[in-house]
Design a protein around this ligand. Structure first.
Ligand code: AMP
Length: 295
């Protein structure tokens, strides 16, 4: 870190009215001084319009907003992109400053996992929600997400937790964790934000090369098309097969393409209003996910 941002523990950034907390004591002191509601927007950084929309939602719903930026190693599997995940703190702070967010929490691994990650207490989400869709190919991912989020919730003690519908399965799992563990926080969901051509904003889009970037919006296009055709007694397996073929023809390697109940995440044989089409597909080295609701 360099430039105009001061990152020393809990110090206010010079010239820009920003507080960047890196330790728990400073964070808690600030928390205790607050009057009014606090919303937490947890992120892994490399902030884009999807994240900033959540910050705006937070600003509308709470008097105070804290954005956390932490690339959580516990939710990455072996061979995944933890080491290469884009870390762009200076740019993130600039964007948050422009979005009017003044308080940021940037813990490091030593603070989050002081005893390492091998033999620690883990928050295990329900199997029915966490072993399907992304959970089928990413064992341990959602336990990593739930563990880091429950730690953040205990450290920050916000009244409101803001999550995006881009990671819809994560949203459902965290809602369930909050209910199951009686956590005293309201979970608010922000709608999925898309680029002009329909591609869902994602930090991983930066991995796409030029040719892949041009093909990438077809994932969203396929889901919207399936959602439009999911009417009456249309057979979900036939719809999924045509979508799968379309993705493959365009150069994707689909991982899943499924219609599921938006609450239980159980798969559906027939369309239902409110259900969602979910997809994960690889384009070159990049794994993209997306979901679209049937209206
Ligand atoms: P991440 O930094 O990828 O962990 O994402 C942090 C939060 O931003 C999560 O709640 C995501 O669901 C949300 N998010 C990421 N991309 C989008 C998007 N395109 N639209 C809405 N929310 C998003």
């Amino acid at each position: 870190m360099c430039g105009k941002w001061v990152t020393a523990s809990s110090r206010r950034a010079e010239n820009v009215n920003m507080a960047i907390f890196k330790d728990i004591a400073g964070l808690r002191q600030w928390r205790q001084s607050l009057h009014g509601t606090l919303a937490l927007v947890p992120t892994m950084g490399n902030l884009h319009e999807g994240h900033l929309a959540l910050v705006r939602l937070a600003t509308n719903r709470a008097e105070h907003v804290l954005v956390s930026i932490y690339v959580n190693p516990l939710q990455f599997g072996p061979g995944e992109d933890f080491a290469n995940y884009p870390r762009t703190l200076d740019q993130d702070l600039q964007r948050l400053h422009e979005a009017g967010c003044q308080t940021i929490f940037t813990p490091d691994d030593g603070l989050m996992y002081p005893r390492g990650r091998q033999d620690i207490s883990i928050v295990m989400p329900p199997r029915s929600l966490s072993k399907v869709l992304c959970g089928a190919s990413r064992p341990g991912h959602f336990a990593g997400v739930c563990t880091v989020l429950s730690k953040l919730l205990h450290m920050v003690a916000p009244e409101i937790l803001i999550l995006g519908e881009k990671d819809y399965q994560q949203l459902r799992i965290v809602q369930q964790m909050v209910a199951d563990l009686n956590l005293n926080v309201q979970v608010l969901a922000g709608p999925l934000q898309r680029e002009a051509d329909g591609l869902a904003y994602s930090s991983r889009n930066t991995y796409l090369n030029l040719a892949e970037r041009q093909v990438a919006p077809l994932l969203a296009e396929t889901l919207f098309d399936l959602a439009r055709r999911s009417t009456g007694d249309a057979k979900v397996s036939d719809l999924a097969a045509t979508g799968w073929e379309r993705l493959e023809r365009a150069g994707f390697l689909p991982e899943y393409l499924e219609l599921r109940n938006a609450q239980t995440l159980q798969s559906l044989a027939l369309p239902q209003p409110g259900a969602r089409w979910f997809a994960a597909a690889r384009l070159g080295q990049v794994r993209l996910i997306d979901n679209v609701i049937i209206s």
